[in-house]
Design a protein around this ligand. Structure first.
Ligand SMILES: [Zn+2]
Ligand SMILES: [Zn+2]
Ligand SMILES: [Zn+2]
Ligand SMILES: [Zn+2]
Length: 249
């Protein structure tokens, strides 16, 4: 690309930014009476146009929507070295988990960990600060009959393993700290064994992406879920013989 078309592209990208949230607008893009654009998320939150205070129309900017669909967008961390370009469907998802970007420690909720830094430093942080909740094995046992959060480092990636007891059920899920297309390259196998070595429950699922809401995963059952009554048959001396195995698809 020559200098002129790069400059032109930058202008176009500016036009595709929502005036409120500053994110790139994804169709549907809506219009005010004077022709200013707004993204659909922000449209629901404001009474009038943030640019000129005029009313919004029920009209969409179809031409801009078509341009938005064809445009490739740079990552938020371009200045830090992420030079990839993404389509409008993927840019926001990528920004959330970009290796050049900052990420909050997964233990923020459970243990109030304030760590918020680059994804490339997360492994070292977890190793040091949450040693008991870190493993480098792709196959590990999870015998505690209670809530668990473990960071798994394997295949050159970081995964988050969750186990939760809630509403008489046991839920387990694995998420990759990466996008959903990267996550779909991995699967997780859960095997629950009785001490007699004969009875077992097994389930294999796709690894989910860390950007997906964890509770949504549970509610939509994109995870392992078992009735506690059923699980009790597999508990011996308060221990659950559950093995988790991560592998590539
Ligand atoms: Zn917006
Ligand atoms: Zn306006
Ligand atoms: Zn990036
Ligand atoms: Zn932490």
């Amino acid at each position: 690309m020559d200098g002129l078309s790069i400059a032109h592209d930058e202008d176009l990208l500016k036009d595709l930014e929502c005036p409120v949230c500053k994110q790139y607008m994804v169709p549907p893009i809506q219009l005010c009476m004077n022709g200013h654009n707004i993204c659909s998320k922000c449209r629901g939150r404001v009474q009038c146009c943030p640019t000129c205070r005029a009313k919004f129309l029920e009209t969409r900017n179809v031409a801009l929507e078509n341009i938005a669909r064809r445009q490739k967008y740079p990552c938020d961390n371009r200045r830090r070295g992420c030079l990839d370009l993404f389509t409008v469907e993927h840019i926001n998802e990528h920004n959330a988990v970009c290796v050049y970007g900052k990420i909050k420690c997964p233990f923020k909720l459970n243990e109030n960990c304030p760590w918020n830094s680059f994804k490339s430093d997360l492994k070292e942080h977890v190793k040091e600060a949450h040693t008991d909740c870190f493993t480098e094995r792709s196959k590990f046992s999870s015998d505690l009959f209670g809530d668990v959060l473990t960071i798994v480092s394997c295949f050159g990636e970081l995964f988050v393993y969750y186990k939760r007891r809630q509403d008489g059920r046991l839920y387990c899920a694995v998420q990759l700290i990466g996008t959903s297309s990267e996550a779909s390259k991995y699967k997780c196998e859960f095997t629950l064994r009785a001490t007699n070595g004969v009875e077992q429950i097994g389930k294999t699922l796709f690894v989910r992406s860390y950007i997906e809401n964890f509770d949504t995963n549970f509610n939509s059952r994109k995870c392992l879920y078992l009735d506690e009554v059923e699980v009790r048959n597999f508990i011996v001396e308060n221990r659950l013989h559950l093995t988790v195995t991560l592998s590539t698809v």
